[in-house]
Design a protein around this ligand. Structure first.
Ligand SMILES: [Fe+2]
Length: 268
């Protein structure tokens, strides 16, 4: 029951550069996958680009085995409160939309949500939100239909963070006999956010260590930062499975990077 989780595929940018990152993987592996889970940042401008991107993925993996979780980029030139539309695009292509989804594949339960952040990483969320609003593209390129098509604010994404965290805690509280894998776009570990950006760190990750220690999922895979780091927290391996933009990855390392999020069957 192999499942492959890839974050930050940024497939629009790869195809624009005339490249297909998935050809680094063997066709045999791709055709044997029981699930391909995109952990956010499939493409900017989703209303226009997601149908093409999903059709491209379907050249490698059957549509019904593809699950797409939106990252921040998947809302660019779009609306934060437009997930119904994203779900429709996935459904029209025969693929699955994976926001707040519990995906059961064989003995594995994959719990997926974007996560966003609480801006509390350095203990001053008011300041962190002010800096994010000023400096982050998310608050320039994403709008809210419900707020008169105005640009979103950090309070909008921190509200979603609280909602996603509550959903995740509810799911993790539900016993499951097999392996539990959490997939988020944003980082749940204070030491795995990669490059330090001062006040902006809090827009990349949150400190969810108490939650990880409480529930001890087998794995927590995430992306967003393009820093492929990992750490063990109790029984949980927390691991970044980002690809990145074309040109950010040495060609000879593409296969190994794409395979960081390969889950094979658990044998008791
Ligand atoms: Fe991202």
């Amino acid at each position: 029951m192999p499942i492959l989780v890839i974050a930050d595929l940024h497939l629009d940018m790869w195809l624009h550069a005339g490249r297909d990152p998935l050809i680094a993987l063997s066709p045999n592996l791709l055709s044997a996958l029981d699930g391909l889970i995109i952990a956010g940042d499939l493409a900017n401008k989703p209303k226009v680009r997601w149908p093409h991107m999903i059709r491209h993925l379907v050249q490698h993996v059957p549509a019904e085995r593809i699950h797409v979780l939106p990252g921040n980029h998947d809302f660019y030139d779009f609306i934060l409160d437009g997930e119904d539309r994203l779900a429709e695009i996935c459904a029209a292509e025969g693929a699955n939309f994976a926001q707040k989804s519990s995906i059961i594949i064989g003995d594995t339960r994959v719990l997926s949500c974007t996560l966003w952040t609480d801006f509390a990483l350095h203990g001053d969320p008011v300041r962190a939100m002010m800096v994010a609003q000023r400096d982050m593209n998310d608050y320039r390129y994403i709008r809210s239909d419900g707020a008169g098509f105005k640009r979103i604010r950090p309070s909008d994404t921190s509200f979603l963070h609280a909602d996603h965290q509550t959903w995740l805690e509810g799911q993790l509280s539900t016993p499951f006999p097999g392996r539990t894998v959490v997939v988020t776009h944003h980082c749940p570990h204070p030491d795995l956010i990669g490059e330090r950006r001062g006040d902006l760190d809090a827009a990349y990750g949150s400190n969810l260590l108490p939650m990880i220690e409480r529930f001890q999922p087998d794995l927590w895979l995430f992306g967003h930062t393009h820093w492929r780091v990992e750490a063990i927290v109790g029984r949980t391996l927390v691991k970044n499975v980002s690809l990145a933009y074309p040109g950010q990855v040495p060609v000879e390392e593409e296969e190994g990077i794409l395979l960081r999020g390969l889950l094979t069957e658990v044998t008791a």
